[in-house]
Design a protein around this ligand. Sequence first.
Ligand SMILES: [Zn+2]
Length: 449
Amino acid sequence: MLIVNGRLVTWEKENRVLDGQAVYIEGERVVEIGSQVEMRDKYPEVEEVDAGGQLVMPGNICAHTHFYGAYARGLAIPGFPPKDFPEILKKLWWPLDKALDEQSVRASALVHLVDAIKHGTTTLFDHHASPNFIEGSLDVIAQALDQSGLRAVLCYEVTDRDGEQKAKLGIQENSAFIRKTANGGVADGRVRATFGLHASLTLSDETLSLCREALGEEGGFHIHVAEHEADEYDSLNKSGMRVVDRLNAHGILGPRTIVAHGVHIDFVEARLLAETGTWLSHQPRSNMNNGVGVAPIESLMRLGINVCLGNDGFTQDMWTEWKTAYLLHKVWHKDPRRMNGLDVVQMGVYNNAALANSFFPGQKLGSLVEGSSADLIFVDYHPFTPLTAGNLPWQILFGFNESMITSTMVAGKFLMRDRKLLTLDEAEIAAQALALAPGVWERYQTYAT
Ligand SMILES: [Zn+2]
């Protein structure tokens, strides 16, 4: 296909905004970008897609999310409101993930995938938990992804909080799914795997060793780190080491490992993350909602840590996460110069793309260049001030919103075109999820009280 009449945003390291250019896509790839007049002459027989003056840009990437959390929406937490993050885990998330069965895992994932397609997030790193439905849970999510057409990296969060047997099942689920996806065998290679761990505070040394052993030499982990001080104190009590030091001692860190949050790590832990090339994902909306504090993200980036941006399952609209990061660090430091728009782009575009490309080698995700996978969005944004490659970050932060996304494409296939979903039926998915909700909430109440 030939995409014409679009303004192209390339998100190359020196970003470019191109007018009068067309994009020729063959199969899954962007094959050629060039003058629209010449491209029309060169490819006269090819189907044209008229972008109608919209921006055509790479789809967004989310470095950390939880598809399993959809049933938290509107849920009543019994008793007093949780006073801190450990209570939020005990009163909300741990009883809720126990309430999930096969059907509700599928429904929860599909609800998030609809959200992702509508809001232009084309690659997602999910972190799954359903302690009463572990075996085969990642296959259920992968089937939903296959149907949706999106791209994702999945894992199951291993934890000791539900006993040894379930920790072992979690290890097996990760190992089995890593094997299945190893050669691009799931969803035409659009679904990949990593090894999930909940957090240091729910993992014994024995379980960490078992996980390291199960993974073998290759691959990495996806784990929450120091989201709250409780994680650090628990680690010091258990091992005499802070969380990142403890994970390092178990061989958990490295250029294939993602640690989420890192709000309470100290300087030495930060240096360890930088030295080992470990990815750190920042989720400002979640941090604000849980009242856990603010990681010194700019300093961590200056130290050389590859800081990415995730959404922690809040909602799948990444520009809302950009805006939250942009605002949070300003109010936290009482300084409007903090968290420059370029820093947000470094996390949300370049670092997220580098992370995604380490799991999907050769795809050039996150950029619109010749040879990149055709993971694109059309954005119906008509600027009333000059839009340039230089000011695009601020046009996005102050002017864009995800409802302007009219079309979403992954691997050369439209998943939404002119706001019409083509792979998933939103009304049917919502109705199915809604029908299951009373059962999920009832089971939640029995675990929560
Ligand atoms: Zn999380």
